[in-house]
Design a protein. Structure first.
Length: 222
């Protein structure tokens, strides 16, 4: 069995468009070592002082990747923009370099299937996921929304009126609404874990967990 990848392992990010730049920037803020790669010299120059290292090269060339030591990385992100061909070639190169964990951006379901077949370990659909998230937020009560593969979701929202002023025990929330409140944030305070004795006030924010349908129904209560 392969050794687990350390949570602070350096990351190779290929492509400095909006998605790649956002990924590299967040990793750097988390104090992760980042090697960012792009063919555009202006993007490389822009990010040279924002990440650990930034290099201009064409990652479709496996020899160029070897020259920068790409094979030494345990984690790589393929954030190549609009070219499916380039995305596939870069991912294939990383597979050939035996990088243990490859995350690849896909622009469609077909693109994602190709990336999976050639060896990407994780496929991300940023545009589709952003659109789905936006659709869930449009009802006005939800402030944030995270969906998981098995139709299980977590959402941040304002509490519906039927549970305000009651403890979670007295509200019978799991029985009535088939959801669980896992966290509560009072104004001026941090989020805390919810307990059966937690009383939800008009001004609280709550974190709700459950199936997509049940969370949607709960958020729509008036």
């Amino acid at each position: 069995m392969a050794d687990p990848i350390p949570s602070n392992a350096p990351v190779l990010v290929i492509g400095l468009g909006r998605f790649g730049a956002a990924t590299a920037g967040q990793l750097q803020r988390q104090d992760r070592e980042v090697l960012a790669v792009d063919t555009d010299p202006q993007l490389v120059q822009k990010w040279a002082e924002r990440v650990t290292h930034a290099v201009q090269l064409d990652a479709r060339n496996i020899d160029a990747l070897r020259q920068i030591g790409a094979q030494e990385f345990a984690v790589a992100v393929v954030a190549v923009g609009t070219s499916i061909e380039a995305s596939v070639l870069v991912t294939a190169n990383l597979v050939d370099l035996k990088i243990p964990q490859i995350w690849a951006k896909a622009m469609s379901a077909t693109h994602g299937r190709i990336l999976k077949r050639i060896g990407a370990h994780h496929v991300i659909y940023p545009e589709a996921e952003a659109g789905e998230r936006t659709a869930h937020l449009l009802n006005g009560r939800m402030l944030d929304f995270i969906s998981f593969d098995d139709e299980f979701v977590m959402a941040k929202m304002y509490p519906p009126k039927p549970i305000r002023g009651l403890s979670l025990r007295d509200s019978g929330i799991r029985t009535k609404y088939k959801i669980t409140i896992v966290g509560v944030k009072a104004p001026g305070s941090e989020f805390t874990y919810a307990t059966p004795d937690t009383v939800i006030s008009n001004h609280d924010l709550i974190i709700v967990a459950g199936t997509t349908d049940e969370v949607e129904k709960f958020s729509a209560l008036r």
